[in-house]
Design a protein around this ligand. Sequence first.
Ligand code: NAG
Ligand code: NAG
Ligand code: NAG
Ligand code: NAG
Ligand code: NAG
Ligand code: NAG
Ligand code: NAG
Ligand code: NAG
Length: 415
Amino acid sequence: MTSPFFSRGLILLVGLCCLLPTTKTKYEKLYEDSSIDPFQCRKVALTVCNISITLFREMARLSANGNILFSPIRVIAAISMLSLGANGNLSKHILESLRFNKTGLPEAEIHKCFRYLLRPIHYSEEPSSLKSRSSVFIHQGLTSVDKFVKGVKDLYHSDIISINFTDSSRAKTQINNYVMEKSKGEIANMVKNMESDTFLAVVNYIIWNAKIFNNSGCRSVKMKDYHLGHGMTIKVPMIHTVGMNYLFRVEDLSSMVLSFTLLDVNITTYFILPDIGKMQKVEKSLTYPHFRRMRRQLSLSQMSDLDTPELSLSETHDLESVMSLLGITYVFNNDANSSVAMNDTVWKSFKVVSKAVLTMDEKGSRLGTNSCFKNDGSVDVTRVQFNRPFLIFIQDQTNDAPLFLGRVVNPKNYP
Ligand SMILES: *[C@@H]1O[C@H](CO)[C@@H](O)[C@H](O)[C@H]1NC(C)=O
Ligand SMILES: *[C@@H]1O[C@H](CO)[C@@H](O)[C@H](O)[C@H]1NC(C)=O
Ligand SMILES: *[C@@H]1O[C@H](CO)[C@@H](O)[C@H](O)[C@H]1NC(C)=O
Ligand SMILES: *[C@@H]1O[C@H](CO)[C@@H](O)[C@H](O)[C@H]1NC(C)=O
Ligand SMILES: *[C@@H]1O[C@H](CO)[C@@H](O)[C@H](O)[C@H]1NC(C)=O
Ligand SMILES: *[C@@H]1O[C@H](CO)[C@@H](O)[C@H](O)[C@H]1NC(C)=O
Ligand SMILES: *[C@@H]1O[C@H](CO)[C@@H](O)[C@H](O)[C@H]1NC(C)=O
Ligand SMILES: *[C@@H]1O[C@H](CO)[C@@H](O)[C@H](O)[C@H]1NC(C)=O
């Protein structure tokens, strides 16, 4: 017994039979799953990297001076997951818009790779500095296509929860309370607004509270000037370190790059500081292969004297607009012809929201100055101050999944 629903071109055949949150034990052995080929999944990860840079460039163009932060893997996974609920035609269109057809992999393999790529962020060891969750809320009473429900749970590690959307503001409150509870209070008011004819909501978040420069004995935090641009300066807590760091110049980006890998989570972070006045040029010319080349340079550690601001950043994206930036306009096209039942439901809207929260600081780790390097003049020390807008890219080293990408203009816009 299925009743088809048309949603501006996106068909979701969804349902209510015993939808329960997933348990995690099932995924514990995922990396030993022999049906997953890490080599093939790397192609999917690199495609996500490539497209996230394209997306970033679009966002940068639309917001010339503000902070930008999003989680490419979370954003692309949400859109890819939605393709599970679309009909063949539309699902193909979505996957092609995400450029997955270039991987040469069949659809089923692409989805399976998301299971592999998302695993570390969903099931990192507790207590972890990295937390992530994805949840799908469906109007109760709708009947389901098993492929969608099963895929959401098994491939995208998502909870699937049926709630009553009849009163959309009540549904919104229920969703926000759920996310609040699951994030142990870290994420409040996830969904800000929702159309009254919404029948489906996908919400996901990723939080990383990183402790940086943990291994350097010589560091201190002081309030220092940070230049926002346009002559505006603020005081921010700035971490000063002296020590060996992966710091190098990337000539074709006119930038200094600082990279560090936090070994406990296998995550590599790149800070890209364009020369003064070069931010827009860098944003226009940045491609993913730049990061691949940077990775090869990671043997180049050098004695450096660094100022990096503590970061406390958060941004929430309504993925409807992200989808249209990616050319997935079809989904929102009322004239789309893909449905057999486009006319017989009042439920038309869906909501997809992704939130990225990133903090980097020194709280809780001991600051020492006694082991500071004392330069007697015999060593070249490169001094770099991240005291003006820079770009940030954060990648999971185990599977190449891009976790965060953004532009830091104001290092503290959260909470
Ligand atoms: C990523 O983009 C580069 C060019 O920017 C291209 O050479 C490469 O093939 C792309 N990789 C994937 C996996 O799409
Ligand atoms: C959907 O499929 C039909 C044929 O089955 C084709 O004519 C049409 O162009 C397709 N639409 C899209 C958007 O791919
Ligand atoms: C992938 O899809 C795009 C958009 O439909 C198309 O232009 C491109 O030729 C396709 N590439 C491959 C390798 O199939
Ligand atoms: C959903 O809520 C409405 C009132 O807001 C109620 O009339 C309806 O019966 C509820 N539906 C279900 C399936 O509980
Ligand atoms: C929908 O189908 C009709 C005829 O079946 C066609 O004239 C129209 O262009 C189609 N619209 C879209 C958006 O494909
Ligand atoms: C919707 O369906 C009704 C009857 O089922 C029909 O009269 C009406 O023309 C349809 N509207 C559209 C836009 O197809
Ligand atoms: C960071 O420092 C704390 C105490 O200074 C230590 O317990 C912890 O193991 C360190 N973490 C890493 C990843 O080095
Ligand atoms: C980090 O990655 C390496 C290989 O990529 C792996 O051997 C190691 O177990 C990973 N560590 C964690 C904590 O995931």
